[in-house]
Design a protein around this ligand. Sequence first.
Ligand code: 6PG
Length: 469
Amino acid sequence: MEKAQFGMIGLGTMGSNLVLNIADKGISVCGYDLDLGKRQQLLEVAEGQPVQTADTTAELVAALERPRRIMMMVPAGKIVDAVIDEIAPLLDRGDILIDGGNSHYTDTDRRIGKLAGMGIEYTGMGISGGEEGARFGPSLMPGGTKESYAHLKDILEKIAAQTDEGACVTLVGNGSAGHYTKMVHNGIEYAIMQMICDVYGILKNALGCDNDELHAIFHKWNQGRLQSFLVEISAKIFLQPDDRNPSNRLVDVVLDRAAQKGTGMWTSVSALNLHIPTPTIDEAVVARDLSVFKAERMKIAAFRKSPVENAGKPDKEAAIKDLEDALYFGMMTSYMQGFHLLQAASMTYNYGVDMAEVARIWKGGCIIRSIMLNDIRKTYLADQNLINLVFDKDFYLALQEQRQGLVNSLKIAMDYRVATPALSSSLQYAEMWGTGRLSSNLLQAQRDFFGAHTYERTDAEGSFHTEWN
Ligand code: 6PG
């Protein structure tokens, strides 16, 4: 049998869909999974395609042309290490092993180091787009060396999502840059999702919109400057009937306890470690955490004062217009925070990430794809060293044009006691960046008062301490 051009370990939803995507492009693939059922299932759906399966990892290795290109699509964590331990001794120098899962970037760095000693190229690659993306075109974020990317480029460009600016893949940067970038993608994903939920909360609980209205509003927004995958799917969600009770909408019976696999939290932890402010991402993680306390919330809600007692009746049409501005503002600040973090991490870890390229490969295939990435890309193309988009005057002023809409929306939310953690934090984020003199002078004075931590002065160089009375 002819040698296959690509190997896949892990034939779950993502792995098998990627295999089919690769085979669609005329690239022969050999798949392996411990589970015989998954191997058989793949062969059934891939009938007539250049797809074969292997019964063991040794068979997989023997079935591949060299240098071998093998992707692991297995759950992040210990399983990745177990697969590496099994397969690495079977590989030859120059072979390439790709981890396509959501691995933590520090694990990726450790694995790169370990495999480099054996002459094996290890590529940590972020993949976004879920099941649909894997099958028909994901956004791919590989990190690693130019040499190993040269062996992957053709295949990855063929299977990635395609946009007016090319395939949604690029060599993101050195070492664990690919997984770091995917982690930041997910942090932004968390922030935008929560932002949409905040807006939904106001539309439903303060303005009284029903699911048909919600669908129409999000659908319309998706035709304009909020065009994005997450706004698009939100519009669709409002129409979905409940199978168990078809006269009801499913969204109304979905329990309000949000789950998470950890990538959003990793983003916040990394941002805190690097001292880069990403408050909206942080709030989005916190909101998921808090949502889990359902029983406690129900108890407190039972004795809370009626939220709308003194609230005026907002002009619905004007409020919906304001919410469009608010969502634009919130989404933009989510991107700002993510790109700021990525730029800072790239400098700290010598990743060499090109922000304009990241904006380009996020334009298609991934969960956070949106029309806003066009402007973000343009801004970074004009200044690739820009630390934060908020420092760009035109960009900041464009954001400010939406500010009043956000403020009006938040006033309604406060009157109606609708929680808006992400939207509120976006406003505060932009307010702080635009404030020349913050109240942090008092904070410095407090630190010096109780701990002799010293402070700087506005009118003289140096470090000062005062015996405060
Ligand atoms: C993507 C997603 C995906 C992520 C899930 C689940 O880009 O396709 O980010 O990789 O794992 O969305 O994430 P949570 O369970 O943490 O919400």
